[in-house]
Design a binder for this molecule. Sequence first.
Ligand code: NAD
Length: 349
Amino acid sequence: MPDQILSEMAIFESPDFDAHEQVVFACDPAAGLRAIIAIHDTTLGPALGGCRIWKYTSEGAAVRDALRLSAGMSHKAALAGLDLGGGKAVIMADSRTEKTPAMMRAFGRTVERLAGRYITAEDVGCAVADMDAVGEETEHVAGVSGGAGDPSPFTARGVFLSMQEAVKRRLGRSLEGVRVSVKGLGNVGEQLCRQLHAAGAEIVVSDIRADAVAAAQADLGCGSVPVEEAAFIECDVFAPCALGAELNAESIPKIRAGIVCGAANNLLSTPADDARVAEAGILYCPDYLVNAGGLISVARRTLSLSEAQVNAKVDEIPATLGRIIDEAAATGKPTGAVADAHARARFRG
Ligand code: NAD
């Protein structure tokens, strides 16, 4: 039986395993903690990445999430020009019913044992108060009270500037009058809509929260569509700001927007969808590049960045995107592959 369990996990052979430096399984029965911390690569610096608290259906699903998310963080930091590595933690628990300060402190002790190789922060299921509890046990934590604050304005700005760049290159125009479908009106999507509105874009919104849609209609005069239609309406730009995996074999042939540029992570459902979206004539703006503003702001304390330096790094995102679009056009490679190659060149040389 133990052999069977181990072979089912098959971590080193898993397609999500990318020569990760270290994967830590942490357990504290008294605190109800079962966590996995994946440190992908620390060539550029300590591995910074959030802690996700999620009721995974299996241990394998939790390991896969930690492996994928941590590798994503290495790529995101590298392409944003940050001297940081990539890591991510997952805690296997229901954040609403099982999370306790004792659990977060136990997680903090695990982070402390890694002696700064991994720096944690908020992710799904975590709030500032949780990071404060973690901070009682370790200093290797970003996102505590009085720290960098809400990263979403920086994320929204990076997405907005990237969209401006993509529209300029693809359509040869400003955002004025450009029709954008924004799916997801949370912290990032709502602020993105405000910036698009100020730039004169025609906005069509969608969210599973009717109140958020009503507010966008009332405040900004946005149109709206049901969530299941958001990706497929006639528009210039589709901006997914809710969930990942929006670009897949089924959705891509139905997308009518010429540009996809949004905040959601892991927009490509599988690696093959990178080429698929390019072949469909759609300009995909790599998610981890355009949404890096939040990481840049969270990294502020770790890298001792001034406010001006944080803003300057966010403002560099569209120029990086422009280079990737140009290289993809010149080489015939998909934009995601070009972005990956640039990021990996920084940490895997
Ligand atoms: P959020 O939780 O504040 O907002 C998500 C919104 O999406 C909510 O309004 C929710 O109701 C809506 N939503 C959920 N499922 C939906 C569906 N099926 N269809 C339509 N709407 C749906 O999250 P956020 O902080 O705004 O982040 C948005 C996305 O960007 C997430 O995927 C997040 O991982 C990613 N991201 C966020 C940041 C950041 O700084 N907040 C940074 C990088 C990436």
